[in-house]
Write a protein that binds this ligand. Sequence first.
Ligand SMILES: Nc1ncnc2c1ncn2[C@@H]1O[C@H](COP(=O)(O)OP(=O)(O)OP(=O)(O)O)[C@@H](O)[C@H]1O
Ligand SMILES: [Mg+2]
Length: 373
Amino acid sequence: MDEAKEQGKDLVQLARLALAGRPQDIQTYVTRISRKYQKLSPELGEQLKELMKLAPTRQSPLRSEGVATIPVDRDSRLQLLRHEPGARLEHEPIWTATVAEQLGQIVSEHLRSDELLAKGLAPTRTAIFTGPPGVGKTLAARWLAAQLDRPLLTLDLSAVMSSFLGRTGTNVRHVLDYAKGVTCVLLLDELDAIAKRRDDAQEVGELKRLVTVLLQEVDDWPEGGLLVSASNHPELLDPAVWRRFEMQIEFELPEKDAVQQAIQLFVDDAAALNGSWSAALAEVLCGQSFSDIERELKSLRRQAVLSKCPLADLFPRLIRQHIDGQPKTARKDIALRLAEAGLSQRSVHELTGISRDTLRKLNQADEHPLEQN
Ligand SMILES: Nc1ncnc2c1ncn2[C@@H]1O[C@H](COP(=O)(O)OP(=O)(O)OP(=O)(O)O)[C@@H](O)[C@H]1O
Ligand SMILES: [Mg+2]
């Protein structure tokens, strides 16, 4: 009983310090109570001790000067870095086998770095993620931070670049110096923003200097650290830039089975997806990014709630939105695929306007292509 009382008291005190934004005091407090709980409740004490090991060290800016020292732009005073202390994911990401393997390798290398160090090797320090928008590049950085139980620090280069360019180099250097002192995952997001900004001759000089700063940092990133960078226009980047990264991971638009997984994830209602809906929706959503699929399905869920109708009643509308306005050949193709996905010929006709007769013929032609010639 006493123990519960103690814990309650500590919880309130921690909440008070957290709400007052006093990270250093929280650290001191946690160190103190972790010693107390070693005796009172050894398991809890051990957990707190482990947490403190991951907390910023004495040398790091977080510890010595508090969170307020996150670098800021000199004039605007806006923070240059986004700091996510406990990176959390709303849902498990969907990775292709290759991406899962590469990301998994980074995690294992860092979690088991002592085994590598014993053989004179160091875990991967730098990686670059490329791919179209909305396929999980930023998400992957957050996922890595969560797996490694490190804070995620994000420098959005497109935001930094939009301020007065002359200061960008200094700002970036500040940010990188800061990030080096903290055990974290540093994400340089939208790396291609540098390449996009080539407006005038003076800027070209500035940009060259900026690229030089970045390349040096990527080369010299400290052992044990993890710097990841994301870009959806790798072709805009000087090959010298992305070759510097130790690992390159390509993210792609989801294939059909990943689209189906995404549908299940974002609809989050197995009953609604009963029957052939999951496969049928995948036929029209295939070709889109995960974030577009998420947006469409969440919007549909909101509509279902507000109109108090079962979600499945709205699936035909979503499918029709993707079909309307398409030329007849495309509609025929979708009709065939929807039928293959398991929708009845009647539903397919209602959704696509393709007659059941045509559908039967298309089906036969698809099943026996040679007989048609
Ligand atoms: N592989 C994935 N698995 C599950 N959800 C995903 C995946 N990729 C993207 N999403 C969803 O889409 C959202 C946006 O993805 P994210 O920000 O990672 O895209 P991005 O590749 O960084 O795009 P951009 O190039 O525009 O920055 C995520 O928060 C997540 O909800
Ligand atoms: Mg992103």
